[in-house]
Design a protein around this ligand. Structure first.
Ligand code: FMN
Length: 201
């Protein structure tokens, strides 16, 4: 791969909020596996390999939709009110329309410094994941929304919050070409290299 191609991939990747229909544009197990393969080759100090992934099937997604919808609706309306019910229903629909969800957790450690390094390693893994996804016309939104801290999510995944902390919900799906072009044209601005770099002698 040429350096220009690598840079083009890195620059083209965008956080995606809309995906092609999951009925017509299925993500294959192989595509997902390639993303995970890229993820686990991320740098990680002392080879702690602190990342864990949960690839949700539709049953688990439905169970988690309850947690997602309750968090969204209860932020804006009183539980049990008609406003709550309406927000809740819309949120379930929105969540279930996401073609594929993968949750990422970080193995916890007592040592504060290692924990910081492990979070950094997980972030590297997620970026590797996102780049491999983009290369396969799969868009990803890295979400750090309330489902990550809700105790019910830990119950759904059957994990202990003392041992693992959820750090990302990766919402993913195929990105259509037009949409992809729109996203490219809305390329979020980055500061120039000169604004963020000091060259020393
Ligand atoms: C640690 C982290 C947390 C993020 N959490 C969210 C989130 O909760 N919701 C969201 O829409 N995007 C989230 N993002 C994505 C950023 O908003 C996005 O990367 C940023 O707007 C730049 O856009 P780009 O990814 O298209 O370059 C997160 C990104 C990172 C690195």
């Amino acid at each position: 791969m040429q350096t220009s191609q690598l840079l083009a991939l890195i620059q083209a990747r965008r956080t995606c909020y809309q995906f092609r229909s999951q009925e017509t544009h299925v993500l294959t197990d192989l595509e997902i596996k390639k993303c995970l393969e890229a993820a686990i080759w991320a740098p990680n100090h002392k080879l702690t390999q602190p990342w864990r992934f949960w690839v949700l099937g539709k049953n688990k997604q439905q169970t988690l939709a309850v947690v997602y919808a309750d968090n969204r609706a209860s932020k804006k309306a009183d539980c049990g009110s008609s406003a709550y019910q309406s927000l809740y229903t819309k949120a379930v629909e929105k969540f279930m329309a996401i073609p594929q969800i993968i949750l990422v957790g970080q193995i916890l450690t007592q040592d504060e410094f290692t924990a910081k390094e492990d979070y950094a390693a997980c972030a590297c893994a997620i970026q590797n994941f996102q780049l491999m996804a983009w290369q396969q016309s799969i868009g990803v939104q890295w979400s750090t929304g309330p489902i990550l801290t809700d105790v019910r999510s830990y119950e759904v995944l059957d994990i202990e919050s003392e041992k693992i902390t959820l750090i990302a919900a990766l919402y993913m799906g195929k990105v259509d070409t037009e949409n992809r072009m729109n996203q490219l044209s809305q390329n979020p601005k980055r500061k120039s290299i000169d604004e963020v770099t000091v060259y020393l002698d």
